[in-house]
Design a binder for this molecule. Structure first.
Ligand SMILES: C[S@@+](CC[C@H](N)C(=O)[O-])C[C@H]1O[C@@H](n2cnc3c(N)ncnc32)[C@H](O)[C@@H]1O
Length: 353
């Protein structure tokens, strides 16, 4: 049982239409220009981001590394305003990633505030260790699933903490690294594991799940309306070796998405990622574990990137504390323009009763 879970225009500018005949002779310039315009134009290749959105002007397409964009923490000022870290405070970052939110918290909690930095991806933790080297002695790094936050915090003696943050989903580094298998624009192995030590990979689902089970996964986690034809196409084209094989099967039934807003493989890849990493179950366990760790009046801030996550965060926060964000907080236009990856981000904050 499997886990429950990116014209030729060839304008025939007829030479007759544009040729110039000046003073009884051919105007060479006009003829050359006409020939130039009449040449077949290569199809304009659409560039896609690693998440499946058409890349905007200035935005790096999938596979292009732009570290400065990759490390921009989403909704940073808002998270800091809500958590209000002060000198000496103790905080937990459940998804430390490249350490952007963590660094801002550590800046404000010096000289002796502490931070428990958790991530399930060892590569992210390595990056965080480098990024947070200046705060050595004040940060405890733990490779763990945030679903185990209560146990990990207990082991590290983080009790009555002043705030917890979780910035959900995959990091830009994961998305940009074809070898991790999250991208359908660049070929990579059918992996998608955030934690490389877990056994289930995307290949297990793509190559072994029954057609109905696969369709259900695409519908439930990707909210993919064409789940059935896509599942059928994937099953028929088995075995799949890499992410481009799967994307090709999806394109065979849904086209290449030239005119659509998102690439036709986007929802399928999201669904597979959620299923492989059991993201929703871990999120629920995390939200259940946090309240007991918070000091009175302390806050939990969660940034989510798709509606399934946000729904869970919204409902659980109501159940476990007082919701501080009456309306969900979204990135403002300057942030969205500077970091298009932030566009789907939603921040919700709760406070312990
Ligand atoms: C969007 S990134 C975090 C970026 C970070 N806030 C920063 O400022 O650089 C999300 C991180 O969460 C981690 N992650 C996702 N689910 C997790 C889980 N269940 N437990 C622990 N870490 C998780 C991923 O490995 C990834 O490194």
């Amino acid at each position: 049982m499997l886990p429950s879970r990116a014209l030729p225009d060839g304008r025939l500018t007829g030479l007759g239409a544009t040729r110039g005949f000046t003073k009884g002779s051919w105007d060479v310039t006009a003829v050359c220009m006409a020939a130039f315009r009449a040449r077949p134009r290569p199809a304009r290749k659409r560039r896609w981001t690693a998440e499946g959105r058409p890349a905007e002007r200035g935005e790096a397409p999938a596979g292009a590394r732009r570290p400065e964009a990759a490390h921009r923490p989403v909704l940073l000022e808002q998270v800091i305003a809500f958590l209000a870290p002060r000198s000496g405070g103790h905080f937990i970052d459940g998804t430390v990633g490249a350490g952007g939110h963590a660094a801002a918290i550590l800046d404000r909690t010096g000289p002796d505030g502490r931070l428990l930095a958790i991530d399930r991806d060892p590569a992210a933790l390595d990056l965080a260790r480098v990024r947070l080297a200046d705060y050595a002695g004040r940060v405890v790094f733990r490779r763990a699933n945030f679903s185990d936050v209560a146990a990990v915090a207990d082991e590290e003696r983080f009790r009555d903490v002043n705030g917890v943050v979780a910035d959900l989903g995959v990091s830009s580094m994961m998305l940009d690294d074809a070898h991790r298998g999250f991208s359908f624009r660049q070929d990579g192995p059918l992996d998608m594991r955030m934690d490389p030590s877990q056994t289930v990979t995307a290949s297990d689902i793509v190559n072994r799940a029954g057609e109905t089970e696969l369709a259900d996964i695409l519908y439930k986690y990707g909210e993919e309306r064409r789940s059935r034809p896509i599942a059928r196409a994937i099953v028929r084209a088995r075995p799949h070796q890499g992410t481009r094989d799967v994307a090709g099967a999806i394109e065979s039934v849904s086209g290449r998405g030239r005119h659509g807003r998102i690439h036709p493989a986007t929802r399928t890849f999201l669904a597979l990622r959620i299923a492989v990493n059991r993201e929703l179950e871990h999120l629920e366990a995390f939200l259940d574990g946090v309240p007991a760790l918070l000091a009175e009046g302390a806050r939990l801030a969660v940034i989510s990137f798709h509606s399934l996550e946000d729904r869970i965060v919204k409902h659980r926060m109501r159940a476990i504390g007082s919701v501080v964000t009456r309306k969900v907080v979204r990135p403002d236009e300057p942030e969205r323009a500077a970091n298009p990856r932030s566009r789907s981000a939603k921040l919700r904050v709760m406070e312990r009763h």
